[in-house]
Design a protein around this ligand. Sequence first.
Ligand code: SF4
Length: 69
Amino acid sequence: MKSVSTDASPGLCADCRLSKVIRSDRGATFYQCLKSFEDPRFPKYPQLPVLACAGYQKQRPEPGITASS
Ligand code: SF4
């Protein structure tokens, strides 16, 4: 596994619905790009932080969770 941990801010991957958080046995956290499985232009483990991405899709809120003030 390529070593791209989340010591730095993940940027867009943090709330992209196509990202998957992977935690290693050593406690490191990685963001895997699920878009990479269908489109080879996207790296499996993006260099963080991702500041601009053509594949970014904002996560939808969890059902039952509503924004309140
Ligand atoms: S599509 Fe872009 S923003 Fe989304 S997980 Fe992949 S690299 Fe990150």
